[in-house]
Design a protein around this ligand. Structure first.
Ligand code: GUN
Length: 371
């Protein structure tokens, strides 16, 4: 029996909408998880994040084990209490961040060894230690297995090596996690752009048995079209009755196309990171508020939104904040972008529930890509 019930409420084509039920609250799918890497969704309070409609946020093993350390978070009552977020938290396992952020890293059958990007100190992460940090010390609700995300492009032999190591680490992660009622463990499918490898990866994960299944190793430079080609088959290789989570994705158009192919959950730094750099995501596509054309534009980003950042401030004011390098500009655009991503997933949920997702997808593409 899986830890968290997953109730699929409606299906249209491959798109699904449902609810993943956890002791800390329901996660409505398709779900977008704002990234709270270092125990903060950057530039936002948890109350703002909650008001956008987010059911769950993501935290990172890698960052938190280095600073303030998993043991310190545990002594302070766990990650939820520490950061004042009482809804579900999913934590990533660390391997991916080690590869992208840390200094020299050594990868063996046993562990990944790396030096901290904070102070250069040396650390070792095994599948078992990642589970201990996530499940026991941080107190995460959804724990991810440690995996190896192979860089793109990859030769098939290299992609196979990463997939096989990830599968063996999936087994070790599951053994370390055991079975729990109040926390879930997700496996991660790897295999780069090779269908046979993703099939084998999925078969090995299914044999172990997880509460949910992630699709890893995408959005690593292959581009939207190549990612969609993998998503034409990858979600269908995973169990239909469990949530499918596409890691590190993506732009609004990526979310819509992935949902159309059977994905239920997403996370990405894009809304907060691009917000801090002056980019706003809207139904009409992305806009750069530093552009001179907004200098005297009195319209808000979205008059129909119930997010104050989207509805109550003019583009002219937001542009001024960025030109003057005022910190409020970063706060407001992060808030607006997270609200937009939540509005987008809410719109997809409603469209699937009402059997009009294909029309929604067509109209979204036409409007969002029109510029
Ligand atoms: N975040 C984005 N992609 C990945 C991946 O392949 N593995 C993990 N663990 N995290 C990710």
């Amino acid at each position: 029996m899986a830890a968290f019930p997953f109730e699929i409420k409606a299906v249209e084509g491959k798109a699904r909408t449902g609810v993943l039920k956890t002791p800390r609250g329901d996660i409505r799918t398709p779900a977008f998880m704002p990234v709270g890497t270092a125990a903060t969704v950057k530039a936002m309070t948890v109350d703002q994040v909650k008001a956008t409609g987010a059911d769950i946020i993501l935290g990172n093993t890698y960052h938190l084990m280095l600073r303030p350390s998993a043991e310190r978070v545990a002594r302070l009552g766990g990650l939820h209490k520490f950061m004042r977020w009482d809804k579900p938290i999913l934590t990533d396992s660390g391997g991916f961040q080690v590869m992208s952020l840390s200094g020299i890293s050594k990868l063996t059958e046993e562990a990944v060894t790396f030096s901290s990007h904070v102070d250069g100190s040396k650390h070792v992460l095994t599948p078992e230690r990642s589970i201990e940090i996530q499940a026991d010390l941080l107190g995460s609700d959804i724990v991810m297995q440690l995996d190896e995300c192979v860089a793109w492009p990859a030769e098939e032999a290299r992609a196979r090596k990463g997939m096989e190591l990830s599968a063996r680490w999936a087994r070790r992660s599951k053994d370390a996690f055991g079975t729990r009622d109040t926390q879930a463990l997700f496996g991660i499918q790897q295999g780069s752009t090779f269908e046979a490898l993703r099939r084998e990866s999925s078969d090995r994960l299914r044999e172990i048995g997880f509460d949910g299944y992630a699709i890893g190793g995408l959005a690593v430079g292959e581009g939207h079209e190549a990612m969609c080609e993998v998503l034409d088959y990858a979600p269908g290789l995973l169990p239909e009755d469990r949530p499918r989570y596409l890691m590190g994705v993506g732009k609004p158009i990526d979310l819509v196309e992935a949902v159309a192919r059977g994905v239920d959950m997403f996370d990405c730094v894009l809304p907060t990171r691009s917000g801090r750099h002056g980019q706003a995501w809207t139904w009409d596509g992305p806009i750069n508020l530093k552009n001179a054309k907004y200098a005297e534009d009195e319209s808000p980003l979205d008059p129909d939104s119930d997010c104050p950042a989207s509805r109550d401030y003019s583009k002219a004011y937001l542009r001024h904040l960025f030109k003057a390098e005022e910190i409020l500009g970063q706060v407001l655009l992060s808030w607006h972008n997270i609200a937009f991503f939540q509005a987008l997933t809410a719109a997809m949920r409603a469209a699937i529930a009402e059997g009009r997702f294909e029309r929604f997808r067509r109209e979204f593409r036409a409007r969002h890509l029109s510029q």
